[in-house]
Design a protein around this ligand. Structure first.
Ligand SMILES: [Zn+2]
Length: 388
């Protein structure tokens, strides 16, 4: 059985070990050592990464009750140097310890049990045995978390024979080991756990709940601790600062004032939409009146395509109309017709694609084509198209 060095001291970054065996499975080398500082995936915590004898460690698992290290390359030595990616490990220690503390506080304040834990790449989650949460509860839990972290309580871990372990810590164990590893946050919580933890709560720095949602019959709560919480705060601070600068108010006033700015923005948008509708209807009427026949043809050097489409739609709704609009700088054409008997748009676009390439599509009464036609050809083709 490989000695788990990380259980006694999770802060060891480098170590030396004897190779017990190596095995090739599906082209990958898996190494068994006499002792290891690599934590294998388990208990919601991902495995450590790093190097064994300079070869990258890609995965660490427990297979048939043995810790095995998947490496990139091969090893032909008996004695090897181990080095873990300690930045990753310490992050996992912070998140994992954070979970112990968070679960303990939910239990302590509201009697809510934690059903599962997931340590994600960016965010961690726990599923709480409750159907709903509110901001008041979140706030009081966060205050309690901060209090324990500021008190810098100690976290101890030790092994106890199975028979001596309190029944309540055993309920979540899947098997019956001879000894059980107990993790105890001084005066807060005791649980059975194999993961890696920090030794003082102060090392978490900060534990922040960042969201919650209903998940099946329970609530899934997202949180981050330590370095992740710090980076999150920096990011949010920059965002709030930007907003406060744009709104010309202090960052602390954003929550209070933002709804007013948002409402004003919505009103302006609505007013703009009304004006736009009026304006575009006037313009459509103007274009119709300017032409003696039913072909409404117009080109712009540049104009938003959406406006051109809106205009075309209004014109063809008037009935008995064919629209050909051109946006010169975007080389885009809008074709529309009140009916396909009058002018078949998809056929027109098909013909243009055949003769001039480009791309486009649409249905029999409305479509768009992007491409180039020279002016003299265009006149000839237009007449042909209108006749077809
Ligand atoms: Zn743990």
């Amino acid at each position: 059985m490989t000695k788990k060095v990380f259980e006694n001291d999770p802060y060891i970054k480098e170590y030396t070990a004897e190779v017990i065996s190596t095995k090739i499975i599906n082209g990958s080398t898996w190494v068994k050592l006499d002792q290891t500082i690599f934590y294998p995936e388990g208990g919601g915590q991902p495995s450590d990464l790093g190097f064994i004898d300079g070869k990258p460690v890609l995965d660490v698992q427990i297979i048939d009750s043995e810790i095995v290290h998947k490496i990139d390359g091969s090893i032909d030595k008996n004695r090897v140097k181990l080095a873990i990616d300690f930045e990753r490990r310490f992050d996992h220690m912070q998140q994992h310890t954070g979970q112990h503390l968070l679960s303990a506080v939910w239990q302590q304040l509201y009697g809510i049990e934690t059903l599962s834990f997931h340590l994600g790449k960016d965010v961690c989650t726990i599923d709480l045995a409750t159907s709903e949460l509110d901001t008041e509860k979140i706030r009081s839990v966060e205050l309690k978390l901060a209090q324990y972290i500021f008190e810098n309580r100690r976290i101890e871990s030790y092994l106890l024979p199975y028979e001596e372990v309190d029944q309540e810590y055993l309920s979540k164990l899947k098997e019956t080991p001879q000894v059980v590893r107990i993790v105890e946050i001084e005066g807060v919580n005791t649980s059975a756990c194999c993961g890696t933890h920090v030794t003082m709560l102060g090392e978490l720095g900060l534990l922040k709940i960042i969201g919650w949602e209903k998940y099946k019959q329970n609530v899934r709560l997202s949180f981050i601790s330590g370095g992740r919480a710090f980076a999150y705060f920096q990011e949010i601070f920059i965002a709030i600062n930007e907003v406060s600068k744009k709104l010309n108010i202090a960052p602390s006033l954003v929550t209070e004032r933002f709804p007013m700015f948002y409402e004003r923005h919505q009103d302006l948008k609505k007013n703009y939409q009304n004006l736009y509708e009026k304006e575009i209807h006037y313009e459509a009427a103007d274009l119709i009146n300017q032409k003696k026949n039913n072909l409404i043809e117009h080109s712009w050097e540049d104009r938003p395509l959406q406006e051109m489409k809106d205009l075309a739609k209004i014109i063809i709704e008037a009935g008995d109309k064919v629209v050909i609009f051109q946006n010169k700088s975007q080389k885009t054409w809008i074709f529309a017709a009140s009916s396909s008997q009058l002018f078949n748009v998809s056929k027109c676009i098909q013909t243009l694609k055949e003769h001039f390439g480009g791309k486009g599509g649409g249905n029999s009464v409305f479509g768009q084509w992007i491409g180039t036609i020279d002016e003299s050809h265009w006149l000839e083709y237009k007449n042909n198209l209108l006749n077809t």
